[in-house]
Design a protein around this ligand. Sequence first.
Ligand SMILES: C[S@@+](CC[C@H](N)C(=O)[O-])C[C@H]1O[C@@H](n2cnc3c(N)ncnc32)[C@H](O)[C@@H]1O
Length: 469
Amino acid sequence: MSSYIINLSEIEAKVARKKIRSFSKKSLKLQNTIDFPEYFSNVKEETNEFGEKIIRVDGDIPIDLPVHNGDRFLFISYDQTALTHGLHKYPAKFFPELPRWLIQRFSKKGDLVLDPFSGSGTTSLEALLNYRHSVGIDVDPFSRFISKVKTTALNNRDLDKSCDQLIKEVLHFRPWFIDKKDIPDFPYRDNWFNREIILELACIRKLIDELNFDSNIKNFYRVCLSSIVRSVSNADDNCTRTVIRKRLNKKVCSTEALTRFVEALLINVPKMKEFSTLCDPEIRVEFPEYNDARHIKYPDNTFDLSVTSPPYANAVDYPRTHQLEIYWLGLANGSLTPLKKKHVGTESVNKHEYKELHRIGIKEADETIEKIYQKDKRRAYIAYKYLSDMQKNLKEVYRVLKKGSYYIIVVGNNKIRGEIFKNWLYIMKMAEITGFTVENYFGSEIIKHFIKVPREERINTDWILVLRK
Ligand SMILES: C[S@@+](CC[C@H](N)C(=O)[O-])C[C@H]1O[C@@H](n2cnc3c(N)ncnc32)[C@H](O)[C@@H]1O
């Protein structure tokens, strides 16, 4: 029994230390810079190690920041864990300042904003905080679940009461509370998790289910639970794929799921409360089921703005990334292949599909696809299929946008079988064929890749395409 004694004040002290650390990050100093226009105090011009001009913006991006074709920006974000933004990790998530700026710059209060590849719902959350209605489309039920929680205001008194109750009950955990039927069954469960962790996660899940509060509150706690699942599994914490790496020798101790969950509550409940006080209940946010970025079930000329970051070809396998969380949330319990097939950029393709070389009709893209085809027919088809799906998305967004409105796409390059696949360039060309005018395109440096590697190896710039209907 002694192994289950958990000290709440130790967890509280750890959370307090984390808060101090994240606060001190905010006092980052600028060096070797010259002022950009004097009136933007947080905008500076810098030169990187390749002698290239980079415009650095610290924090909120000024709405009327001058932007020229081909400009490259280094946006330093401070809000990635503000309010409900940091509730759950998500690969290739927007930093909030970017959709915030685009929404403020290209729409007005009361407008309707669309994100057709909405992921963890960053665009919708920023739309809500900026008094715009929004629709976030994603084929992945996990994405829709966390997005809904992040954008649903809760009653602060109920939150306090339910949180106190949950912490008290979690601290009283005893493994014999758990019945076999409380433990979800999913492929390789006992390899992914140690026995005691399975019992702890099952206990937390059961305690949430049994709370006498409304489903929005319970779903918030379910997302808090989901946010710790990877860290208490035997899988590598820092890989987008869910894999166990023997050489990491990851050790997960008993009580770790319980303590991490309590920690997640102590961090996220105050943030959820702050978010809830800022929400205007008149603003609508939807994450509709049975929609797809290639088949948007909304009438023509519905939206005032669309902002998105689509997946990359052959890059992140989202269902595989979130498989453990999906299973613990009860969103699936068997094969994820049918879900994978719905994803733009999927690697789930059939042999008969890639026997022949397929062309998309954009010279630069077809040359690259052909080079990939010489090395790997399957990957060439994946790349082609990705562009063909993005072509469908461009047509759909063009249809549902109002005339004169903008579609803003944030996309980078990636490498497929050693060939640089210039997503942004091919998408820009396809957008023109679809009928969009390319009003502007500019780069956003990805800070964690801002390192010294040969120029051609760098895939560290996301390109922001400003398309107008
Ligand atoms: C790069 S992520 C978006 C991240 C998002 N900007 C955020 O801040 O969290 C791309 C998303 O596209 C979704 N997706 C893939 N195929 C899709 C499709 N056919 N229709 C809608 N969404 C899709 C994936 O599930 C993933 O969540």
